[in-house]
Write a protein that binds this ligand. Structure first.
Ligand SMILES: Cc1cc2nc3c(=O)[nH]c(=O)nc-3n(C[C@H](O)[C@H](O)[C@H](O)COP(=O)(O)OP(=O)(O)OC[C@H]3O[C@@H](n4cnc5c(N)ncnc54)[C@H](O)[C@@H]3O)c2cc1C
Length: 310
């Protein structure tokens, strides 16, 4: 993004623009380079107008949720980082269908924790397994996040997205290709598309039962993950029929560090920021892990965390 584009954006956009933003403040790893601009959009109309403008001006953009699975490289991001707020965080139960389906429409900017609490309070079941997974609904759908053998894509009925041209589309889940930590689309590329809302197919249950399941999931999670440290959760995807954590541990890397980044002694697939880690430290540690695991087992570990550069 050049100085002229920045100036044009400043005079065109009515809302607030944060300039030269440290993305460490927007990532649960508490590390990352700087972004040229950060804009919060609060409605679908604002979002489509912004994407059309950015596309026409040839300015790069990247949508983030709660930053629990991203790392912006040290050199930073020359473009606009977009966050979804306001109307794009609403939770709306749709009228029951004749077949008794319970569909809930959720804005992509809504936090997963807020959605799980909403469901628990209203006796709506189906997303308990997401308890304790930080992030937004949009981020969870984009990553097809999940745990305990379930993934959020299993509950999807439809998504609404804004494509790279700023046009809004409805996509039924039957047209989506949902795989391990990945969302795809049968009808084309999802590159540069932004999820605006997701419809989930859920069902009624006793509040006490739902809340009991949520508590159990949370307790199991607490027993397995490092506490009180900055991380992005599991850093690598599990290779087929194996676990990245097991491989990293077996390569003797628990506790290995680069600068302020360390392989958690509690869970080897967590890279934690012990304080003051830079994105470069984290990427160096990531590469060390990949090299050692490849050297010992011949397996290429693919990061689950999205690394943003450029
Ligand atoms: C302690 C901890 C535990 C975790 N445990 C789990 C777990 O058990 N299971 C699991 O699957 N994950 C886990 N994660 C990873 C992470 O929480 C999930 O991937 C989460 O769903 C990401 O959501 P986010 O809003 O933070 O996305 P971000 O990190 O902000 O973004 C992740 C990706 O999604 C894209 N994205 C975000 N919003 C949108 C949107 N509206 N439209 C299009 N693309 C979008 C971003 O561009 C980026 O590519 C964990 C993370 C932490 C820190």
């Amino acid at each position: 993004m050049n100085a002229l584009q920045r100036e044009k954006l400043r005079s065109w956009w009515q809302g607030r623009i944060l300039r030269d933003v440290s993305m460490a403040d927007y990532s649960t790893l508490r590390a990352g380079g700087r972004a040229d601009c950060l804009i919060d959009v609060t409605s679908l109309e604002e979002l489509t107008a912004l994407i059309k403008w950015l596309a026409a001006e040839g300015v790069a953009y990247y949508v983030v949720g709660r930053g629990s699975n991203i790392l912006v490289a040290e050199q930073g991001y020359s473009g606009v980082v977009i966050r979804l707020q306001g109307d794009i965080t609403a939770i709306t139960p749709l009228p029951p269908s004749k077949t008794g389906e319970q569909v809930v429409r959720v804005g992509a900017g809504c936090s997963m924790a807020a959605l799980v609490s909403w469901c628990t309070e209203r006796g709506v079941s189906g997303l308990e397994f997401m308890t304790g997974i930080p992030g937004s609904v949009g981020g969870a759908v984009w990553m097809n996040a999940g745990a305990w053998g379930y993934a959020i894509g299993d509950r999807l009925k439809k998504i609404v997205l804004v494509d790279a041209a700023g046009c809004c589309r409805d996509v039924a889940s039957s047209r989506l290709v949902l795989s391990y930590r990945k969302l795809g689309w049968q009808d084309g590329s999802l590159e540069k598309t932004i999820i605006v809302s997701a419809d989930f197919l859920l069902f009624d249950d006793e509040r006490s039962q739902i809340s009991c399941r949520c508590r159990e999931y949370l307790e199991q999670r607490r027993g397995k993950q490092p506490k009180g440290v900055a991380s992005a959760g599991s850093f690598f995807k599990n290779p087929p029929d194996d676990s990245a954590g097991r491989l990293i541990d077996a390569a003797g890397l628990k506790g290995a560090s680069e600068g302020g980044a360390m392989v958690s002694p509690v869970h080897a697939n967590f890279i934690v920021n012990t304080g003051g880690a830079t994105a470069a430290d984290i990427i160096r540690l990531m590469q060390l892990i990949q090299k050692k695991v490849y050297g010992k087992f011949g397996i290429n570990l693919e990061p689950e965390v999205k690394i943003l550069q450029g």
